[in-house]
Design a protein around this ligand. Sequence first.
Ligand code: PLP
Length: 412
Amino acid sequence: MTAPESPAHAAMDQFAVRDGELVVGGLTVSALAAQLGQTPFYAYDSRLMRARVAALRAALPAGLRLHYAMKANPLPAVVRLFAGLVDGIDVASAGELQVALAAGALPAGISFAGPGKRDAELRAAVRAGVLVNVESPRELPLLAAASQALGLPARVAVRVNPDFELKGSGMKMGGGPKPFGVDAEAVPVLLARIGQLGLAFEGFHLYAGSQSLRADAIGQAQTLSFELALRLAEKAPSPVLSLNLGGGFGIPYFPGEQRLDLSPVAAVLAGLAERARQQLPQAALVLELGRYLVGEAGVYVARVIDRKVSRGEVFLVVDGGLHHQLSASGNFGQVLRRNHPVAIANRMDDKGREVASVVGPLCTPLDLLADRMPLAVAQEGDLVVVFQSGAYGASASPQAFLGHPACVEVLV
Ligand SMILES: *Cc1c(COP(=O)(O)O)cnc(C)c1O
């Protein structure tokens, strides 16, 4: 079997290679495995995360606030790193709120979004003094009651379900009928209610979609979001202090995909920042990013337990799989299964290739990390790496499924 000429995945050049081995956070993957005393594991490179934030700060207009949406990677060490790097943490449950507060994030910069917030979660948010992105009229009287009972202001922004979506995004979270946010046309009534209840109105939150690599589509969604917020601001009970324009910046996974070109997005945002100075003079513009900040900095590493040949096809059976890395198996919202970037981490310099499938130990055909992919020729004991694993990995996978050990995660 010979490998096809076309690349098996998008270019993965963020990690160095030393003595034929991938280096993450200054250590080779086999040194990491030895230190952790086990495979499989996730390793996150803190230097790459810092570099990503620095590159964004350099490109984006000064004064634009950068938030980390921690559902992408809620590991406390990662949240602690971002609490010290960005201007706010976006949480989507009371559980995440606890992690963010324990990580040292300042309540002033924390915002809480998500449908179906329970009464106790709304109370926890008011008690902590964080901003609640209201997603339903149901939340208003509960927030007012919590505010009264605790003697604390209830800080609110309205999450708007816009009348447009983010084109070319992996997951659409706005536009059309959606469980997220309040339909734009229903927002004026909600704003009046916020005023009547005496809640502390701070602004708007718009989130059109996720995992977009198209700078033009992101810029267009941001412009439409800004203009919608401008129209809604006329109906607000007090000036807009914060306008969260969402994010949706994607990372490349598949052959032919390129990293997002930040400069056109930065140009659009610079224009919007200038308009905001004129038209919403008290408002800070906010971007909330998850995957883009952490995804490329993380790897998932599993060891080859068995090399099997079945009717001429090679199967590398590894000690990790979909129970830790659901997304790479193609079962986390993907419509068509495509291989995530995978390599043999201790044979990065090997020139020979064979077509092999990487499968996990679970007794289901879904447990597939690479489907007939050109890879270095691997043996038992070798280490398989899944790149682009820093976001929606361990916490987004069914670790209890089939009773295998949990993976470990390390920030290096
Ligand atoms: C999931 C989510 C994010 C993060 O999305 P990414 O694609 O990881 O950047 C940001 N904001 C909201 C409201 C979300 O639901």
